[in-house]
Design a protein around this ligand. Structure first.
Ligand SMILES: [Zn+2]
Length: 206
């Protein structure tokens, strides 16, 4: 009887110590980047496109329209998971903006902090004291927006989640359905976020 009790107790202790998927996700995000971690915006995130992007949209440039559609789709998916006071609101360029989206020519340098990236990048200004994202610039290389592809959709979603404060990546082997692995191994075409990414967002913005 005592042996059975001991085995049960050992199993219970093991279960309590087991790392949850959320804890593993956060640990991988923290370890994968210099300032890795979760930095939610303190206020309602507001998003707009930069002037050159808007000019290209006005000129009915197909590449710009593809990129804008991908970003709009990503916002729709993300806003399904965010509470009302933290849903992303798109605003005009002259209003207070916390996320700017730029479409740059492939081969143009992104910002210094994005050096080495080829497809897209989100360069964020973080407030380490409060643990929040102050603002973020999303760069999309227009080479990858010439057509509406699963890759473009996934990239837009990936960069938007960075801009919302997920600083870092997870390992594909641990989270095969997450869009936050750095190899874009998952092409996300569903009309909701992958459950693990949705859970993380909800945890950040509750
Ligand atoms: Zn990334």
């Amino acid at each position: 009887m005592l042996i059975i009790f001991s085995i049960l107790l050992a199993a219970l202790i093991t279960a309590c110590n087991a790392t949850t998927p959320i804890a593993t996700y956060i640990a991988q995000v923290e370890q994968s980047a210099l300032n890795g971690g979760l930095y939610p915006h303190a206020k309602e995130p507001t998003l707009t496109f930069d002037i050159d992007f808007i000019k290209r949209l006005k000129a009915k440039d197909t590449t710009a329209e593809n990129a804008a559609t991908a970003i709009a789709r990503a916002i729709t998916l993300v806003n399904k998971e965010l509470p009302p006071e933290h849903k992303i609101r798109t605003v005009k360029f002259d209003q207070e903006v916390s996320i700017i989206v730029k479409l740059v020519q492939h081969g143009d340098t992104f910002s210094d902090d994005c050096a080495g990236e080829r497809f897209g990048c989100a360069d964020s200004i973080l407030d380490f004291d409060s643990g929040h994202t102050k603002s973020s610039t999303i760069y999309i290389a227009d080479t990858y927006a010439k057509e509406q592809t699963d890759f473009l959709w996934t990239m837009a979603l990936h960069e938007l989640l960075h801009a919302l404060g997920i600083q870092g990546h997870v390992e594909h082997e641990s989270f095969p359905k997450s869009v936050m692995n750095h190899r874009f191994a998952v092409r996300h075409t569903g009309d909701t976020l992958p459950p693990i990414d949705a859970e993380i967002l909800k945890r950040m913005y509750r």
